[in-house]
Design a protein around this ligand. Structure first.
Ligand code: NAP
Length: 251
């Protein structure tokens, strides 16, 4: 089946990797729901860009660290389109560079609330809408893990790495849980990708500082990650579920 008229929801879709997924998803024929946390101008600009190119998009504000906001995001998709075919569990945060022996409980709770609890709750809402068990017609979910899940991110953010380890396990378990209900669940593990996330964690120069140490001697682009995500969402990956695809330039 082509992606025509299918509906794609991307959390954290207004910037970075999520925005690249929205652009490529629209080009593939999806109607796109773009979630963002606070930067409305960026979300509105992306909606306008997609519409100007002939696509269909709308923006919905909501913090995936809040269950009430998550319910609001999915209900907005229900109201607007009445269906959900593809979901990208993309919203995620890093925090300042720190050793584990310097981390506060508040930091850890925020990290796990947004990256882990938020992702599982969003997956729950997607499954409720997609699963044949609940009257849905199936769908595809892609989670955002990270190379950090296997590298551990020592001296940087082991908490973030652990949150992405949880995403790997979520991907494997949920994939098996809903495989007979028409839903495929996969993940990508990006390496160092040139987005704003590094600045938001207080390391705006991270890409420049680290790129010469990477196997390809460069960071990846949001579009390179989005290409892998669009593949996993698509029917070209119809027998692929529970897979975790490294998009890390060999890192
Ligand atoms: P980014 O450039 O920092 O963009 C973050 C996006 O997520 C924005 O749209 C932002 O919305 C939204 N967002 C942030 N917190 C949110 C929340 N609590 N609820 C809802 N939306 C929220 O991030 P990115 O680099 O594209 O990363 C996307 C995903 O890829 C994350 O899960 C990240 O862990 C993962 N990843 C990234 C890299 C990398 O090197 N960049 C590597 C591995 C994995 P606003 O615009 O409103 O702030």
């Amino acid at each position: 089946m082509s992606a025509a008229q299918k509906v794609l929801l991307v959390t954290g879709g207004s910037r970075g990797i999520g925005a690249a997924v929205c652009r490529q998803g629209s080009r593939a024929g999806y109607r796109v729901a773009i979630n963002y946390a606070s930067n409305r101008a960026a979300a509105d600009a992306l909606v306008a860009e997609i519409k100007a190119a002939g696509g269909d998009a709308f923006a919905v504000k909501g913090d995936v660290g809040s269950e009430a906001d998550i319910l609001g995001i999915f209900e907005a998709v229900d109201r607007t389109h009445g269906r959900l075919d593809a979901f990208v569990n993309n919203a995620g945060i890093v925090d300042a560079k720190a050793r584990v022996d310097e981390m506060s409980a508040a930091r850890l709770e925020r990290m796990m609330r947004i990256n882990v609890v938020g992702s599982i709750l969003c997956a729950r809402e997607a499954v409720k809408r997609m699963s044949t068990r609940h009257g849905g017609s199936g769908g595809s979910i892609v989670n955002l893990s990270s190379a950090a899940a296997v590298l551990g991110a020592p001296d940087n953010y082991v908490d973030y790495a652990a949150s992405k380890g949880a995403i790997d396990t979520l991907t494997i378990g949920l994939a098996r849980e809903v495989a007979a209900e028409g839903i495929r669940v996969n993940a990508v593990r990006p390496g160092i990708i040139d987005t704003d996330i590094h600045a938001s964690g207080g390391q705006p120069d991270r890409v420049a500082l680290i790129q010469d140490t990477l196997p390809m001697k460069r960071a990846g682009t949001a579009d390179e990650v989005a290409g892998a995500i669009l593949y996993l969402l698509s029917d070209a990956a119809s027998y692929t579920t529970g897979a975790i695809l490294n998009v890390s330039g060999g890192r």
